[in-house]
Each structure stands twice: as C-alpha cells, then as structure tokens.
Ligand binder design. Structure first.
Ligand SMILES: Nc1ncnc2c1ncn2[C@@H]1O[C@H](COP(=O)(O)OP(=O)(O)OP(=O)(O)O)[C@@H](O)[C@H]1O
Length: 131
C-alpha cells in the first residue's frame, strides 16, 4: 500500500461523499423512510417510558444496526444492477443474501425493543387498569 500525506481537505470530502450517500438513500429507498419512521416512534416511546442509560444504548445500537444494514443492502443492490442488468440467478443470490441481512437486523431490533418495552408497557397498562 502506498503512503499518502494526510489531507484535511480530503477527509472533509469523504464526509461530503458520505452525506451524498445519505441523500441518495433518503430520495430513492422507501424502506429507509419506513425505518426512519420506526426510529422516530421508538425514540418517542423511549422518552415516554423514561428508559435508562443502558436501555438507550441498546435502542440506539439496534436502530443504527438496522439503518446501516439498509444502507449496505442498497449499496449491494446498486452494485449488482451495475454489474449485470439482466436477470441472473447469481445476482438473485447476492440480492437475497443482502436482503436477509436487513431482515436479521430488523428481527434483532424487534427483539431488543420487545425486551425493553413490553415489561414497561405491561406495568403501565396495569397501573392505569387497562389489563
Ligand atoms: N437481476 C436479477 N436477477 C435475478 N433476480 C433478481 C434480479 N434483480 C432482482 N432479483 C430478485 O428480485 C428481488 C427483488 O429485487 P429488487 O432489486 O426489486 O429488490 P427489493 O428488495 O424489492 O428492492 P428495494 O429494497 O428497493 O425495495 C431480489 O431480492 C431478487 O430475489
């Protein structure tokens, strides 16, 4: 690997490219918007139920995990479409594997959410005599 001099300008450009990636996924991926909505609702519920610092850590990591999964899946789909515009079973495998990654990250986030929120919601509903 060739060594290049550190350049603050280049580092700042990297940020610009990364924000461009966020702009692309926001504009083009409906799934990303659904996940962002889930993130807003989860944050609102977390504030409402006053979860503790460790629970916040778990919630933030779970949300980040899903959003990063969605971004990598989209990058993979774009790359697959660029490499092969035709229908091909190998592209199907790649896209299905990437989609499985998003599914697993979402299931993980759901389990984290259930562990944190279900007991608190149960207690809350008991207190206001709904159960
Ligand atoms: N070029 C291809 N060759 C074979 N199968 C494909 C190809 N493109 C897509 N598929 C199959 O169709 C499925 C859906 O593909 P698509 O690119 O529409 O992904 P998607 O997950 O529905 O998109 P999005 O994430 O944008 O909602 C893939 O998971 C794959 O099984």
């Amino acid at each position: 690997m060739t060594k290049t001099k550190f350049s603050l300008k280049k580092r700042l450009h990297s940020f610009r490219y990364a924000f461009n990636g966020l702009r692309i996924i926001w504009r083009e991926e409906h799934n990303f918007k659904v996940h962002l909505l889930a993130m807003v609702l989860t944050t609102a519920l977390s504030l409402l139920l006053q979860i503790n610092a460790y629970e916040w850590l778990a919630v933030i990591l779970a949300i980040g995990f899903v959003l990063v999964g969605e971004l990598l899946n989209t990058a993979m789909e774009n790359l697959a479409d660029f490499v092969c515009a035709e229908t091909d079973p190998r592209i199907k495998r790649i896209k299905d594997l990437a989609a499985a990654a998003v599914l697993l990250s979402s299931i993980t986030a759901l389990i984290v959410g259930a562990i944190i929120f279900v007991p608190k919601l149960y207690t809350l509903f008991l207190r206001i005599d709904l159960l």
